[in-house]
Design a protein around this ligand. Structure first.
Ligand code: AMP
Length: 502
């Protein structure tokens, strides 16, 4: 039941291309097998045993994906970390997950080795060109490796989600969670060995790592790896690709590109979008310009993919489609869990082989987010229309999604509130033409305090990942509150709705 055995079984031919990069690297499936085998031998030599964690904060390269595969083969648990995380944040993740090996960029080795050592992890390096102590050791290792057997309930990965209460939670994903979802997506989205996926997503997040890579690998297809999304680069590569998976920001950026035409997309069969709401206007405009209806789907770190617009049939703008085969979805009263009548708006709950095994070492938090009958409370609010399409209408949790990244306001508010001269703050997402939502801080200062926008952002820069930083800081006398004393973030959002208008 090791996911890697399914990946291995799907290899169409050893000479077939597995990954190519825009820098000219080409890896065949034979290379993938040999090099992931070498890396797995290095991990074992470094003391990694089945069930141990292997953490990685590394740039996206073919080698970073091979490290994920090597971890699976060794029966260990992969723990990818956002490259933007600061040492303070990493200290928490490494301390919480206690990996046996932590892989980082060589430029950060000095700054991070004490953190790794403190938590008992060995440190290895891998840079943006796929070079480092890890690959040095791998070149000397044997490529033969006997994959470690796993049961379907054994863990394959832990992905940290930001915590609404400040602490991040590690979502535990089993081999079955990942393989069942990837199998469903291969069929639903019709992936075959002839597909070439234009892969411009990060590989430390569920979208780029599992939705994109696992789906391609289980179909024996190929990927073109771009380290970052770049509209010019994507336009250049579209004629070599058949599919692209993106966040809405990719599509708004492509729409600004003068080269985006039907002819430019003639070789493509599928564009998908997820991780944040795709504006109906974007869907319509893209379809007018290219003839392609973007296929929007909905999922989350904890559940993998839950719903998708159909491959054949209407892909409806502003909806996330139907529950995927094997996924049960219901709309329930957020407080009581009572299932609501068809058409009503309520909390989205899901159950199925895609749903994670719980939060790492947080049994109480895990319990609180599941109903007694096994449904997971997603925290998203939605409804199902008469045709069965799911609509997401909001988020029960106070989440900002900026450029596809989740930002939990509480974490940033706590940092701002701790600054001298601050009484309180509210962090909100405001419509942003490029990022979807722009992180915005509204701050109340003590009389006479000499805080300014630049100073607040500068202070946060040392503590928080770049994507979490407010793009604007606004100073006000008071925060608007309702009769229950709760800050009315909706009022703040309305007041600042045009803050980033272009
Ligand atoms: P993550 O765990 O980072 O993948 O974030 C998951 C959250 O992203 C979900 O709980 C939703 O709030 C949001 N999300 C993902 N896909 C969509 C979508 N197609 N439309 C609206 N929100 C989405």
């Amino acid at each position: 039941m090791n996911l890697f055995s399914l990946i291995r079984a799907a290899i169409p031919s050893p000479v077939k291309t597995f990954i190519e990069t825009n820098a000219g690297t080409i890896l065949t499936y034979a290379d993938m097998l040999a090099r992931s085998g070498q890396l797995a031998n290095v991990l074992v030599a470094r003391g990694v045993k089945p069930g141990d964690r292997v953490a990685a904060q590394v740039e996206k390269t073919p080698e970073s994906l091979l490290l994920y595969l090597a971890t699976l083969r060794a029966g260990a648990v992969f723990l990818p970390l956002n490259t933007a995380y600061t040492p303070t944040e990493l200290n928490y993740f490494i301390g919480d997950a206690q990996p046996t090996v932590f892989v980082c960029d060589p430029s950060r080795r000095d700054a991070l080795s004490a953190i790794a050592a403190k938590h008992g992890a060995g440190i290895e390096t891998l840079d943006a060109n796929g070079q480092g102590s890890l690959t040095d050791a791998a070149t000397k290792a044997s490529s033969d490796f006997a994959d470690v057997a796993r049961t379907s309930d054994d863990l394959a990965a832990i992905l940290y989600t930001s915590g609404t209460t400040g602490r991040s939670k590690g979502a535990m994903l089993t081999h079955k969670n990942l393989s069942s979802n990837a199998k469903v997506l291969v069929e639903y989205w019709r992936f075959t060995k002839d597909d070439v996926l234009l892969h411009a997503l990060p590989v430390y997040h569920t979208h780029g790592l599992f939705v994109a890579s696992n789906t391609v690998m289980l179909s024996g297809g190929a990927m073109i790896f771009l380290q970052k999304f770049d509209a010019d680069e994507v336009m250049k590569l579209l004629p070599s690709a058949t599919a692209m998976m993106g966040v809405p920001t990719f599509y708004t950026r492509l729409l600004k590109h003068s080269g985006l035409t039907k002819a430019a997309c003639a070789h493509m069969r599928l564009f998908t979008s997820g991780s944040a709401p795709l504006l109906a206007e974007t869907h319509v405009e893209f379809s007018e310009k290219t003839g392609h209806a973007i296929l929007e789907r909905y999922g989350m770190t904890e559940t993998n993919m839950n719903t998708s617009n159909p491959y054949d049939g209407d892909r409806i703008a502003g909806t996330v489609g139907f529950p995927l085969p094997g996924v049960e979805l219901r709309i329930a009263d957020a407080d009581t869990g009572t299932v609501l009548p068809q058409g009503e708006v309520g909390g989205i709950e899901v159950r199925g082989p895609n749903v994670f095994a719980g939060y790492w070492r947080m049994p109480d938090k895990t319990k609180a987010e599941f109903r007694a009958d096994g449904f997971f409370i997603t925290g998203d609010v939605g409804r199902v229309d008469p045709r069965g399409y799911v609509h997401i209408v909001g988020r029960a949790k106070d989440l900002i999604i900026t450029g596809g990244f989740n930002v939990y306001p509480k974490e940033i508010e706590a940092e701002i509130d701790a600054m001298p001269g601050v009484i309180e703050s509210a962090v909100i997402g405001c419509p942003h033409p490029d990022f979807g939502e722009g992180v915005t801080a509204v701050v109340v200062c003590k009389p006479g305090a000499s805080l300014n926008e630049k100073g607040v952002i500068g202070e946060l820069e040392t503590r928080l990942a770049k994507f979490k930083l407010p793009k604007r800081v606004i100073f006000v006398e008071d925060l608007p509150r309702n009769t229950m004393g709760k800050v009315q973030k909706n009022v703040l959002r309305e007041q600042n709705a045009k803050l980033y208008a272009s």
